[in-house]
Design a protein around this ligand. Structure first.
Ligand code: GLC
Length: 540
């Protein structure tokens, strides 16, 4: 069994921890997170039991989209450090036994990237074709009805009289993969970082990388509500997402990655019925993001269905993953309520599949409120767009201590974003001292996962819980067996699970107070409690 664990690649057995570099730790006293800061906090990741860090973009950028608008793929934003500091950072990360995954934003660049500066300089510039340029519609106006998150997906470039295409901000022009030089350029960028020791990439918006070249109008989406949703959702994206050609682009990325041993390709894609296609035939993403737990209601019946369906739909040999938070979504304690917070932790850390874990979730960090004037503190960072980022943000500084600025930056310095309310109790220092805290629970969960092959890489079997409000499943590898039983209700429950005999004991409760208690029949669960039961090995 231990062999099964040792034999699995690191990205299957481990926990991937997302760091939002602006907000993790300020190392130079300017109120903004940076590499030096992250480096000083590596102990926290080791103590937590994380296996890999995924860093949101760290490259030079005008920051119109917090770094998802890259102006130079082969350097580090001066706010975050230098290339030399990055090299030392990789060494420090590896020295702690951790892996490092970078964000690869390869659907668009910044409008300040030299490729785009050249491309827009004239119609016959050699890089013109690196982006998507079209003439105005006959009679004027954008070439077709395609939309971005913010309005039309086309921006007129006065100089040449043509429009360029972007599904995010106008400062994020999209590249044209029909020109093979574009894919080749991104492959070189990947090699640049892989040679520096990076262990893989999280590729941004991969479903969008190819667009149909007939440029036909897209149909309106009847489910669109203009007052609540970004313009992007006003159309059914028949021609701008999930196009067959994206798979060739991803296969190309994967081939490049595979030139280096033991690396990972994680793909970010919005919910799509085509999710499983992004595994390819084992030649595309190792882990195409699974956002189902984020998007669907917090309900055990829904969860059982979606977990079972996801498990059943996985192509042969494909490895699952579960995401419960990221920088684009509300913190899960805000989404599903703090009461269920511990159950959510137990769920994501005991399902079959790599947990992709967002910084701060391990202490139960909430969204922070962001007054509009707080955004002006870094001149180059745009204020949030009200349609996409609300006044509550999941990107506030990590809460390390109960002290000033939560230990994120020195006292007296104004952090780039205000610290979320409640940091006096919700922080790493206080929670480390409290053996019943959320952080203590998460450490125990990850420890159990790391030391139990069945939980890390074993099979999953759905169990009919026989009662409302419950989710139950088995994780098993040979004789190593666990039952996970989660109470989604705010009231106690008694459960008569089939097969629960005297061999089972409580390996962990979300309340951390039932160590090795025999799992009596019926099993009693308190309100909002989850338990992991372990079967004693059968005597031979
Ligand atoms: C992804 C990122 C998001 C960014 C967008 C455009 O969805 O997670 O933050 O705005 O891509 O790059």
């Amino acid at each position: 069994m231990t062999t099964a664990l040792a034999g699995a690649p690191w990205w299957q057995r481990g926990v991937v921890y997302q760091i939002y570099p602006l907000s993790f730790q300020d190392g130079n006293g300017d109120g903004i997170g940076d590499l030096a800061g992250i480096r000083s906090r590596l102990d926290h990741l080791v103590d937590l039991g994380a296996d890999a860090i995924w860093l949101s973009p760290i490259h030079p950028s005008p920051m119109h989209d917090h770094g998802y608008d890259v102006a130079d793929y082969e350097d580090v934003h001066p706010r975050f450090g230098t290339l030399a500091e990055f090299d030392a950072f990789v060494e420090a990360v590896h020295g702690r036994g951790l892996k490092l995954v970078l964000d690869l934003v390869a659907n668009h660049t910044s409008h300040l990237h030299p490729w785009f500066v050249e491309s827009r300089s004239s119609r016959d510039n050699p890089k013109r074709d690196w982006y998507i340029w079209r003439d105005p519609a006959p009679g004027g106006g954008p070439p077709n009805n395609w939309v971005s998150y913010f309005g039309s997906a086309w921006t007129l470039d006065e100089l040449s009289g043509q429009y360029y295409f972007h599904q995010f901000r106008a400062e994020q022009p999209e590249v044209n993969y029909r020109n093979p030089d574009v894919a080749a350029a991104y492959r070189d960028i990947m090699r640049f970082w892989l040679r520096r020791g990076v262990d893989g990439f999280r590729a941004d918006v991969i479903a969008l990388m190819s667009k149909d070249d007939r440029f036909l109008d897209e149909p309106d989406d009847p489910a669109y509500v203009a007052t609540e949703m970004a313009p992007y959702f006003s159309r059914i994206h028949l021609y701008t997402r999930d196009q067959p050609a994206v798979h060739e682009i991803i296969r190309g990325m994967r081939r490049t990655l595979d030139e280096f041993p033991d690396r990972v390709l994680i793909g970010e894609l919005d919910p799509t019925e085509h999710l499983m296609e992004f595994y390819g035939a084992g030649d595309e993403c190792h882990l195409p993001f699974n956002f189902k737990l984020i998007l669907e209601p917090w309900d055990p019946v829904v969860h059982r269905r979606l977990i079972d369906e996801y498990d059943a739909a996985l192509p042969a040999g494909a490895w699952p993953n579960w995401v419960i938070g990221n920088h684009d979504r509300d913190r899960f304690v805000d989404r599903f309520g703090r009461r269920q917070g511990r159950v959510a932790q137990m769920l994501v850390l005991t399902l079959r599949g790599t947990p992709i874990y967002y910084y701060g979730d391990e202490i139960g960090m909430p969204n922070g409120a962001v007054p509009p004037d707080a955004w002006s503190r870094i001149p180059e960072i745009d204020p949030p767009d009200p349609k996409r980022n609300r006044a509550e943000s999941p990107r506030t500084p990590m809460q390390w201590t109960a002290g000033p600025n939560a230990g994120f930056c020195p006292p007296g310095v104004v952090p780039w974003m205000p610290i979320a309310a409640g940091h006096e109790t919700i922080n790493v220092e206080v929670e480390t001292r409290d053996p019943t805290s959320v952080l203590s629970l998460v450490r125990r969960l990850i420890e159990l996962r790391r030391t139990s092959p069945a939980l890390a890489v074993g099979a999953y079997r759905s169990i009919d819980p026989g009662a409302d409000g419950l989710l139950a499943y088995e994780r098993r590898l040979a004789d190593d067996r666990f039952l996970v039983v989660l109470n989604y209700l705010d009231e106690p429950l008694e459960v008569a699970l089939p097969g629960l005999d005297g061999r089972w004991t409580v390996a962990l409760s979300t309340e951390l107070d039932r160590p090795d208690e025999p799992a009596d029949r019926p099993l009693r669960l308190r309100a909002n409690e989850g338990v992991i039961l372990r079967a004693a090995p059968v005597a031979t």
